[in-house]
Design a protein around this ligand. Structure first.
Ligand SMILES: Cc1cc2nc3c(=O)[nH]c(=O)nc-3n(C[C@H](O)[C@H](O)[C@H](O)COP(=O)(O)OP(=O)(O)OC[C@H]3O[C@@H](n4cnc5c(N)ncnc54)[C@H](O)[C@@H]3O)c2cc1C
Length: 433
């Protein structure tokens, strides 16, 4: 393949203690945490809004804050969903503490909390490169309508979901030796007979649509039915409105050609799926497609090789680590890349997530709290969800700010002080019986 070399002068437009790359659930919570600890914090997001998969991907369920009716995720993540709840933007449903949220409410509340914390927000800015000296990331480079610009960084939090900064910096990645979990483009329907849709989460409107799955499986023997998963349907957004998680495609989002193909194919698939829903199911007989998500929903891409790789065995045993910084109780939830099957292992206790799984050997100012943190396939398949990565983000933001204050590398972070701070914020980090 031909290559070219280009040299370019890039203006350094700011200097920050902590630069957070990516404003999804992990990133916006990281930024709030760092700023609340007194760090000069910047948050760079490629879209014009925050929320990542929750908003750009329309992933309305924020799961899970409870285990058997007891809160296990607290602090800033809980504060966020309680704020939404107080504004009528969703309800926390025991016993698992699932929260279904309207993406617009999510965007607004995330942006308000970030700005109130004093974070410098850069929207419509794509992190395209970083400057690394002996493992230290000195600058993050972003591209926007203003051209290429750099931010000088004390500490960098990679919350791009895909480990973009970590990959650019040369952090080694794990190879699971098996296919990635498939992607899904969510869509929103209007004119749905939502009164016919049974509760998916207790106390909340929505349906697991088992009858739809069975009928489509039957239809697929005689006609063209695009690959689908679930389906799951959330109907709490307003009269006749339903958010549907149904389309499915195996692909690698970090490959530009495959990403383009997925956006195009899944939009075609949704066109066919909506017709099938209208033709075969009374609740959808008058349904109209209101929108497809801004981007394909991505479950999985890269995984960094951290100082510790959290394993499924540690996870299922709820192993307590001295450096536990977050909890997660979502089931181990592995979607098949080939068909509409799913492995779902419910946990006996909420798992603990260690600090060492968000840092990498030899990278003294980088933290990676988002879905690309260091875990094996099983542990990842639970902790990837929003409450899990928000908890990691909260810890990463606080840790980065503290390391900055103490002049320490992330590997030498004061874990006792970090845990005390997180517990003071309301995180449930004590060792369970
Ligand atoms: C189909 C599907 C169903 C799901 N179901 C659930 C569920 O039921 N419950 C649940 O809690 N979770 C669910 N999830 C998982 C959850 O949505 C994600 O794992 C979670 O959003 C991960 O958060 P994150 O912040 O790590 O990454 P993301 O949400 O991916 O956020 C990354 C952010 O970084 C930005 N970004 C990326 N690259 C760059 C760059 N180079 N420069 C600037 N910005 C960048 C993105 O725009 C985005 O805002 C589901 C996901 C999918 C796809």
């Amino acid at each position: 393949m031909p290559t070219l070399t280009r040299t370019k002068q890039i203006p350094v437009i700011g200097e920050y203690d902590v630069v957070v790359c990516g404003g999804g659930p992990a990133g916006f919570v990281s930024a709030i945490a760092a700023a609340r600890c007194g760090a000069r914090t910047a948050l760079i997001e490629r879209y014009g809004f925050l929320g990542g998969m929750a908003t750009a991907g329309n992933v309305a369920p924020v799961t899970e804050f409870m285990h058997q009716g007891e809160l296990v995720v607290g602090g800033i993540p809980l504060e966020f969903v309680r704020c939404l709840e107080a504004k009528g933007q969703g309800t926390m449903c025991p016993p698992r503490g699932n929260f279904v949220c309207h993406p617009e409410g999510y965007k607004l509340e995330a942006q308000r909390m970030v700005r109130e914390a004093g974070v410098s927000l850069f929207l419509h800015a794509y992190v395209s490169d970083c400057i690394v000296e002996d493992g230290v990331i000195t600058h993050v480079i972003m591209e926007s309508k203003s051209g290429a610009q750099a931010l000088k960084a004390g500490y960098v939090i990679d919350a791009t979901g895909d480990g973009d900064v970590a990959a650019m910096a040369g952090v080694p990645m794990l190879d699971y030796q098996c296919p990635l979990q498939p992607s899904t483009m969510y869509f929103i329907l209007g004119n749905v007979k939502t009164e016919m849709i049974r509760g998916y989460y207790p106390g909340q409107p929505g349906s697991s649509m088992k009858h739809v799955r069975e009928r489509l499986n039957e239809l697929s023997k005689t006609q063209d039915v695009p690959q689908f998963g679930g389906p799951w349907c959330m109907a709490g957004m307003g009269e006749g409105i339903a958010i549907v998680n149904m389309s499915r495609m195996a692909m690698d989002w970090t490959d530009e050609v495959q990403a383009t193909e997925a956006e195009c194919r899944l939009r075609e698939d949704i066109d066919k799926l909506v017709k099938l829903l209208r033709e075969n199911f009374e609740e959808f007989s008058d349904a109209t497609l209101l929108s497809t998500a801004t981007q394909v929903g991505i479950r999985e891409t890269r995984h960094i090789k951290g100082v510790h790789v959290l394993t499924g065995d540690e996870y299922k045993a709820a192993h307590f680590f001295e450096d536990s910084i977050a909890r997660c109780s979502h089931p181990i939830d592995i979607h098949s890349d080939k068909d509409n099957s799913q492995i779902c292992i419910y946990l006996d206790k909420a798992a603990y997530l260690p600090y060492r799984s968000i840092i990498a050997e030899g990278f003294p100012n980088l933290l990676v709290p988002s879905r690309c943190f260091s875990a094996d396939r099983e542990a990842f398949a639970s902790a990837r969800v929003q409450a899990g990565v928000m908890g990691l983000g909260q810890a990463a933001g606080a840790a980065a700010a503290m390391c900055c204050e103490d002049g320490r590398s992330v590997k030498d972070a004061d874990i006792q002080r970090l845990r005390e701070t997180l517990i003071a914020w309301g995180a449930y980090l004590a060792e369970a019986d």
